[in-house]
Every structure is written in structure tokens, then in C-alpha cells.
Write a protein that binds this ligand. Structure first.
Ligand SMILES: *Cc1c(COP(=O)(O)O)cnc(C)c1O
Length: 485
């Protein structure tokens, strides 16, 4: 088999080798040719790798050891909140009564699960300052789209069909303009000012009778709190628009400030970020959407509601935008978020925010002498550096990100947000110890020094990983995702 420092060979197969054993056939054999449509029947044997159980075990274990996960090391991915996923969440999600439910069971036999959904809705309503929450959407972007469809339905119900535009700041997460377009709107950019905040003058220029909504995240993706938030939401409301809060990362405001109190009408949360659902690798996630009272009639159905002491699925919602997800969302992720909220309690959630913000500011101030800091105000849960100084020495932000791999760190988010040159966006989160923060800071300082004294070592990084620099365009455009016989 492979050595630790060599690329894995995927095309491993020895004819006749098997990794399974099945019991003897004990039911009558059926001729599937008569059961399936002709086009679905294979004419030749599938070409699958033939390997032993031990081979396959080592193959996947080797792959997992080459992966970087939160349980293997620091992962300061800005705007993505890679915080520790407490293992008690996993234990609760595996309770028989949750893990073995069937989504088509009758309401009366799943009262516990419905109670959990209802209770979680209530907690999230309280946390966001909204009037109701749906747990159906399966991800942040899905929540954005759902929220925008609610806003569309609201305007339509008012006979207000000329509202075709959604305003999005230039620092926004890429999903914001994308969701606007998928929901049938045109995305319009509003500029940031020199402080990194929404430029109010520009906002007044772009807002108008065609404004359906403004999408905003606060603190924004630069980690800065919009000081004029009340004025911003008022400008949009005065124009008849709705204000959408991208709450994917709530680490800076959890239990401290609420989107509902800032004038927002719709919010989505990423339970797989702020509320410790595991994430990465594409799923499953949970992107609940909270709304103010005037948008409640449009929420996806069925709505999990309470009638007396029974929990019910309410389908009688004539103005609902309909279902956005089969069943009631990704229930397992919702169980994990519920466990997290209940195990921390209000004081615990407040401490999350305090430590997340403290850690980010500590790191920002210690790195400030070595990198350009485009916005010098105290940050919230994340901050951005610029690699402009290093770029003049021939070392790009990408090089520094690759160099971090040599020290066992997952690089921060880079080249985002787009309005900062050579951007490095760091979110340490509250769950990391001071030792971990210091270790990362020292490494970043070392890399800054290398950029001055020995730039090649950074430019040619990584040196210690199995594969060096990838052709990332080729990897994205022509990925090889299947076994090639
Ligand atoms: C992660 C993120 C999203 C998208 O969430 P997904 O679950 O990946 O779809 C949207 N907005 C912001 C600010 C984010 O950080």
C-alpha cells in the first residue's frame, strides 16, 4: 500500500478480491428484466474496484488523516465560524427516539420531535428578536432564498409588483447577490465607505420605489458593526422595502444584540456555524429563517405549531410560499443546535460572544505590526488583514495561506471580501485556547519575516503536504471524482 508521504493511488483493484461477505440467497430469485424499464437495466457488469476489507479500511483511514478538520487543528476560516462541535450534540442526535424516526410517522407518534422543533423555533425567535422562525431551509443560502421569496410574496400580496431590486453591499457574502438573482430579483450594489461601513449617501442613491429589500450582515464581513444600522433600516422602510439580515455568523451578537431590534424584517441563521452543527464537505446544514409578524402568513408549510398541549403540523396556510424542503428541515442538525443552546443557557451564549470578540481583537492587535490593517477600529468576531506589504516583496496572500499548511493550520479565508486588496480574513472563534491563538500568531509573524528574508520558502509552499501547489483552475474545471478503471 501507499507510504504516508506519497500520493494515494485510487485505482487499486485486484480481480476477484472482495471486501464483503453476504449470506446465502434465501428468497426466490426474480427476473428484474420484467420489473424495470428496459433503459435502466445494465448490459455489462459495473466496473468497480475489487479490494479487500483491510485495503478499503486503510484507504479511507489514510484519506481521513490527510484531511484537515476542526478536531485535528485550528481552522480560522473567516465568515465561516469553524468552532468546536461539542460531542454531547452527537450523543443527543443519536438518541433512539430521534435517530430512528421515520419522516412519515403520524404526528401523534412524534410529539417529542415536534416539541423539540417547536422549542428550538421559540429559542431562535427570542435570540433574533423576530416573531416566528421556520426550520425548513437546509443551508444558509437556502435560507436567503427562502427569506427573499417571503419578501417577494409579501410585496405581491400588497399588489406591489414593481419591486424588482435587492440592494447588497460590496462587502457581502457571494451568496447574497446569488440568492437575489435565483429568487428573481436584480442585485444592486451599495458601496462601502472608507471606514468599511455602508456608504449612506450611496444607499440613498440606489434605494427607490423598485427596492424590494436590502440584504445586510451586521457586523459585516469585515468584522465591523454598522454604527448607523437604525438609520439604514429606516431608509429602506421609508422607501417601502424590507431589510434582510444575513445571520450566518451570529458569534458577535449572540445574546448581546438582536437583528429584530435593529429594524430587520427577515433573518437567516446558520445552525451549522454559530450553533455548532458540524459543517464542511457539503452538508447537511440548517438555515432557519426568522420573520417579523407581517411576513408570518407566507412562511413555508407545514408550520410546526402548538394546539393545547399537542404539537401539530399546520398545513392550513393559504398564503404560504409552500414547502422549501421535504419534511421539516435537517432534523439531526436541529437537534444538535437545540442541545447546544440548552447546554449553554443564556449566560453561556453571552460568554460565547464575549470570548469570540475578545479572541479576534487579541489576534488582530498582535498581528497589526506585521501586516496592513485596512480598518483599525476594534473588530467584532472576525477581522481582515491585507497582504499588500508582503505583495511588494513578491509574496502574495495565497503564498502565505499555503505556507500555513506547513505548520498544520488551515488557512484563513483569503481574497474575500472583495473590497480589500490581498485580503486575509481571520475568525478565531471562542472555543480556542490562548495557547492555540498564540501559536498561530507566532506562525503568522514568522511567515511575515520569511516574506522579507527568504521569500522563496513562502512562494514555493507548501513543503510538507503530500501534494504541493495544485493547478486550482484545472482541479475546479476538470475534477476527477470517480474511480477510473
Ligand atoms: C456561510 C455563509 C453563508 C452561506 O451559508 P451556506 O450554509 O454555506 O449556504 C451566507 N452568508 C454568510 C455571511 C456566510 O458566512
Amino acid at each position: 500500500m501507499h507510504k504516508e508521504n506519497q500520493p494515494l493511488i485510487f485505482e487499486v483493484s485486484t480481480p476477484g478480491r472482495v471486501g464483503y461477505s453476504l449470506p446465502e440467497f434465501d428468497v426466490p430469485e426474480v427476473d428484474i428484466a420484467g420489473l424495470l424499464p428496459q433503459g435502466y437495466i445494465r448490459e455489462e457488469e459495473a466496473e468497480l474496484p475489487e479490494v479487500s476489507e483491510l485495503d478499503i479500511m486503510r484507504h479511507y483511514t489514510a484519506l481521513s488523516r490527510r484531511n484537515h478538520g476542526l478536531d485535528s487543528g485550528f481552522y480560522p476560516l473567516g465568515s465561516c465560524t469553524m468552532k468546536y462541535n461539542p460531542k454531547i450534540n452527537e450523543a443527543v442526535a443519536r438518541f433512539n427516539g430521534f435517530a430512528h424516526l421515520h419522516p412519515l410517522q403520524d404526528e401523534s407518534s412524534v410529539q417529542g420531535a415536534l416539541e423539540l422543533i417547536y422549542d428550538l423555533q421559540e429559542h431562535l425567535t427570542e435570540i433574533t428578536g423576530m416573531d416566528a422562525v421556520t426550520l425548513q431551509p437546509a443551508a444558509g443560502a437556502h435560507g436567503e432564498w427562502t427569506g427573499l421569496m417571503l419578501i417577494r410574496a409579501y410585496h405581491e400580496a400588497n399588489g406591489d409588483s414593481g419591486r424588482t431590486k435587492v440592494i447588497v453591499p460590496d462587502s457581502a457574502h457571494g451568496t447574497n447577490p446569488a440568492s437575489s438573482v435565483v429568487a428573481g430579483f436584480e442585485a444592486v450594489t451599495v458601496k462601502s465607505n472608507e471606514k468599511g461601513l455602508v456608504d449612506l449617501e450611496d444607499l440613498r442613491k440606489v434605494v427607490g420605489p423598485d427596492t424590494a429589500a436590502l440584504m445586510l450582515t451586521n457586523p459585516n464581513t469585515l468584522g465591523l458593526f454598522e454604527e448607523s444600522i437604525l438609520e439604514i433600516t429606516e431608509i429602506i422602510h421609508d422607501a417601502g422595502g424590507k431589510v434582510y439580515y444575513d445571520g450566518a455568523n451570529l458569534n458577535a451578537v449572540l445574546s448581546k444584540a438582536r437583528p429584530g431590534d435593529m429594524g430587520f424584517d427577515v433573518v437567516h441563521l446558520n445552525l451549522h456555524k454559530t450553533f455548532t452543527g458540524p459543517h464542511g464537505g457539503g452538508g447537511p446544514g440548517s438555515g432557519p429563517v426568522g420573520v417579523k409578524a407581517d411576513l408570518i402568513p407566507f412562511l413555508p408549510k407545514p408550520v410546526v405549531a402548538k394546539s393545547g398541549d399537542q404539537y401539530v403540523l399546520d398545513y392550513d396556510r393559504p398564503q404560504s410560499i409552500g414547502r422549501v424542503k421535504p419534511y421539516y428541515g435537517n432534523f439531526g442538525i436541529n437537534v444538535r443546535a437545540y442541545t447546544y443552546i440548552r447546554s449553554l443557557g443564556p449566560d453561556g451564549l453571552k460568554a460565547v460572544t464575549e470570548y469570540a470578540v475578545l479572541n479576534a481583537n487579541y489576534m488582530m492587535r498582535r498581528l497589526e505590526p506585521y501586516f496592513d490593517l485596512p480598518f483599525t477600529k476594534h473588530c467584532k468576531h472576525e477581522f481582515v488583514l491585507s497582504g499588500k506589504r508582503q505583495k511588494k516583496l513578491g509574496v502574495r496572500t495565497l503564498d502565505m495561506a499555503k505556507r500555513l499548511l506547513d505548520f498544520g493550520y488551515h488557512p484563513p479565508t483569503i481574497y474575500f471580501p472583495l473590497n480589500v486588496e490581498e485580503c486575509i480574513m481571520i475568525e478565531p472563534t471562542e472555543t480556542e485556547s490562548k495557547e492555540t491563538l498564540d501559536g498561530f500568531i507566532e506562525t503568522m509573524i514568522q511567515i511575515a519575516k520569511e516574506a522579507e528574508q527568504n521569500p522563496e520558502i513562502v512562494q514555493e509552499a507548501p513543503h510538507s503536504t503530500v501534494i504541493g501547489r495544485l493547478d486550482e483552475t484545472k482541479a475546479a474545471r476538470t475534477p476527477v471524482l470517480r474511480y477510473q478503471k
